[in-house]
Write a protein of this length. Structure first.
Lengths: 257, 217
């Protein structure tokens, strides 16, 4: 049944099989050939042993510190005029930020403070970081609040306030559910240039309204404020100025009903 | 040249499994780059460069070291490659930073070798002969060591055997088995069809197995 497109060189194929590069039909065919041919099966075992040897016995080398410092300086000090593409694709956007986020986020768990108050912040940071690591930082991709809001309504008791800020250069990218203190909470994701902003709405601990307060965690800027029964957490790698502008726009923006 | 002085305790890692020094360096750097929003555009380039290149610097250095065969050359190559990457960060699509970085490193390494170590390069004729050669285990006289013998090889001997491979096999094996790229990524980095990646891996591994199977001196 396997009308195999495989070349005749079985020896070559066992390597592709070892590397998990064959589709299921061809993988079965290779397994069949190995069962029929002990020499081929033995060669596979040797290739497998070699691969394990290379992975386990050859430790990865680290770039020397001096080299790393020179490369960092390259990005940190010189400022040539290179125009980034105006409209980065969504994939490009996510990928370019994901690495920094993953890396910065590693610190979030390592450097977690003892204060109980920080558990919400940590959960919010973790949600942002985890989302950036995923292939998509949102569960629902949409720039349309009429799509995003009903998506939330179907999943949690109260859909969050959604404000359209596309005209102010903060287009809505979508939404996702995060988990804060074992509760699912809505997070809206906005975009600004090549940066993402996660805006998480958490039930407020006390009813008192508070003005936005800036804090930093693991390289991210976080603005937190309380309105009514909801505490909002805006987190991004945007500068504090841009993030502040976003929060002011969101707070004064007309909510979409 | 044999690479034996590698730091202990490190291992081959996947992309999602970055060693701790990356964590520290990039997270220290992020706030500094994000604080000044007036310079956001330049910072975007710098931040994109940092995000794309710095996490893969160890991989870049490892590949350069295996291609050039020594540490000092590898440093020169990675430095030069980083400069190239920085200049072209504006045209980087954002997808698969590691493959992008490794492609630049590889191309820089061969340019560098052509200029500074022409004797180390495999010529096109050599390459054709290598590609067309029969896979070693197909030869009746080829060594077929026991699996257990392979598994007991020490790091220095393994490194020497890899270093002795012709560079097309060597780079393909390093990208696959040390750096964990898939065939499609390796094809992109080395600029050959996926089928060639497959045959180079098969032949490279067969050669290594044969070498390791030879009686130890």
């Amino acid at each position: 049944m396997t009308r195999s497109t495989l070349p005749d060189d079985s020896t070559m194929l066992i390597h592709a099989y070892l590397d998990g590069e064959l589709d299921p039909a061809n993988a079965l065919e290779v397994e069949r050939r190995m069962t029929a041919d002990p020499a081929l099966a033995a060669e596979y075992k040797r290739a497998e042993a070699l691969q394990r040897l290379m992975r386990e016995r050859l430790p990865r080398e680290a770039a020397p510190d001096a080299l790393r410092a020179r490369v960092e300086a390259l990005g940190g000090t010189k400022r040539p005029r290179i125009q980034p593409s105006r409209q980065p694709s969504w994939r490009a956007l996510a990928a370019s930020i994901a690495v920094t986020a993953m890396v910065a986020g590693g610190g979030a768990w390592i450097a977690r403070g003892p204060q109980a108050q920080d558990t919400v912040r940590d959960a919010v940071v973790a949600g942002h970081v985890r989302a950036l690591m995923a292939s998509q930082p949102v569960d629902i991709i949409s720039g349309d609040q009429h799509t995003v809001k009903p998506w939330f309504s179907g999943r949690i008791p109260a859909a969050p306030r959604v404000v359209d800020l596309a005209k102010q250069d903060f287009p809505l990218a979508g939404g996702r559910l995060d988990v804060v203190e074992l509760k699912a909470v809505p997070t809206l994701v906005y975009r600004h240039r090549q940066h993402l902003i996660s805006l998480t709405a958490v039930p407020a601990a006390s009813a008192a309204d508070t003005a936005p307060a800036l804090r930093k965690a693991d390289g991210y800027n976080i603005l937190r404020w309380t309105e009514g029964e909801t505490t909002y957490w805006a987190i991004s790698d945007l500068g504090a100025g841009d993030l502040g502008r976003f929060v002011e726009l969101f707070r004064s923006g007309a909510p979409e009903q | 040249m044999v690479i034996v002085s590698m730091p202990a305790g490190r291992r081959v890692s996947t992309e999602a499994d970055l060693p701790g020094d990356h964590l520290r360096i990039v997270s220290d750097q992020a706030p500094r780059q994000n604080e000044n929003s007036d310079m956001a555009r330049d910072d975007d380039d710098s931040a994109r460069f940092a995000a794309a290149v710095l996490p893969h610097l160890d991989d870049a250095y490892t590949l350069a070291r295996w291609i050039t065969g020594n540490a000092a050359d590898a440093e020169d190559v990675v430095q030069e490659a980083s400069l190239r990457a920085f200049r072209s960060i504006g045209s980087f699509s954002g997808a698969n930073a590691r493959a992008w970085v490794l492609t630049i490193v590889r191309n820089t390494a061969y340019t560098w070798l052509r200029k500074n170590r022409p004797a180390a390069l495999v010529t096109v004729e050599d390459l054709e002969a290598i590609e067309n050669a029969r896979t070693i285990p197909g030869d009746p006289g080829a060594e077929t060591p026991e699996t257990a013998l392979i598994a007991e090889t020490d790091a220095a001997r393994l490194a020497a055997a890899i270093a002795a491979l012709p560079s097309p096999f060597r780079e393909t094996l390093v990208l696959r088995d040390l750096q964990g790229l898939d065939y499609r990524e390796i094809a992109a980095v080395t600029g050959v069809p996926v089928g060639t990646v497959m045959s180079r891996l098969a032949r490279g591994r067969s050669r290594l197995i044969a070498t390791l199977g030879r009686t130890e001196a």
